[in-house]
Design a protein. Structure first.
Length: 315
């Protein structure tokens, strides 16, 4: 998740037209009898999922896993993990409109809630059962919202380096109201910058979000290709959405891996305290600290993250 420089480095930490194409319609089959020939019933395949909020690429077969990228990012952030999982699972790679060069037609918003609504429609219309929904950063927030609003559609959730209230990074007393001025400032700053300044700022911030150099480069390319109005709307909502009040009544299992990095990232004790505090009211949440990683855990520590994912999917 990349943010305008006005947010400050302390805030950087936490921050389907589907390819589920239907089979061709079966043609009418004529069955001849001595008396007459009547066509057999024609069963129409489901229509492909079409949305102006997101698209989904599907690979593999097996139990369903939905992978949602974070703020400004492409579904490609999940590519390595999807390639690993596709031998045993049907993986749904989500791409959000307005991010990483995808078209955006909704002006200044809203952003997040319509995405959650469309994810619910995708699961329902596609007949997915007990889907595991995994989201990174803002994608994790969306996954948590989906589980709170539609628990019957979600089997389990993993929020990767994602807090239920991102503005808690400003401190334990932060509220939606206190976060609004900062959210407005972040959105306005994103819209005001020219392309060169925006790209330069994203490049400067990338080092704080990933240890992996290739990931840093991709992050800059993805955000530079994004629609600024989409990203401004998204960051404003991310900073002013507090999901903590709904945690206590959640029934969907939640795993929350989070990053710690002694060499330029969040110290272990600080990360432990923050995640423990913010998820305190969620029954049965599994908090997992991943050392030696920054915000993009799955890219900084792919082997460790893959082991966590395998355990999560096995339970």
């Amino acid at each position: 998740m990349l943010y305008p420089r006005s947010l400050g480095r302390s805030t950087l930490r936490a921050l389907v037209i589907a390819s589920v194409a239907a089979a061709a319609l079966g043609g009418a089959v004529l069955v001849a009898t001595e008396a007459s020939a009547a066509p057999a019933p024609v069963v129409a395949a489901p229509s492909p999922f079409v949305s102006d909020r997101l698209s989904v690429e599907v690979v593999g077969s097996g139990p369903d896993v939905i992978l949602i990228p974070g703020f400004g990012c492409s579904r490609e952030v999940w590519r390595a993990e999807a390639e690993r999982l596709k031998a045993t699972h049907r993986v749904h790679l989500v791409q959000l409109a307005g991010f990483a060069g995808e078209p955006w037609s909704h002006g200044d918003g809203p952003f997040v809630q319509p995405v959650v609504d469309e994810l619910a429609r995708y699961i329902r219309d596609g007949g997915l059962q007990d889907a595991a929904v995994v989201g990174h950063s803002m994608g994790g927030m969306s996954a948590l919202m989906l589980a709170q609003q539609h628990p019957e559609l979600v089997g389990k959730v993993m929020t990767v380096d994602s807090l239920p209230f991102f503005s808690a990074l400003f401190g334990p007393t932060a509220t939606v109201e206190s976060a609004k001025p900062f959210a407005d400032q972040a959105a306005a700053g994103m819209l005001a910058q020219d392309d060169a300044s925006f790209r330069s700022g994203q490049a400067m911030q990338a080092a704080g979000l990933a240890r992996d150099p290739a990931t840093r480069e991709k992050m800059v390319e993805w955000t530079a290709a994004g629609d600024r109005h989409a990203m401004a709307a998204a960051i404003r909502e991310v900073m002013t959405t507090d999901l903590r009040p709904g945690l206590a009544t959640m029934s969907v299992p939640v795993w929350a891996p989070y990053a710690s990095d002694a060499d330029g990232g969040a110290p272990a004790a600080m990360a432990d305290a923050l995640w423990t505090r913010e998820y305190a009211s969620l029954p049965g949440v599994k908090l997992i600290r991943v050392d030696g990683s920054r915000h993009f855990i799955m890219n900084d520590q792919p082997t460790v993250f893959g082991g966590i994912m395998d355990q999560f999917l096995a339970e």
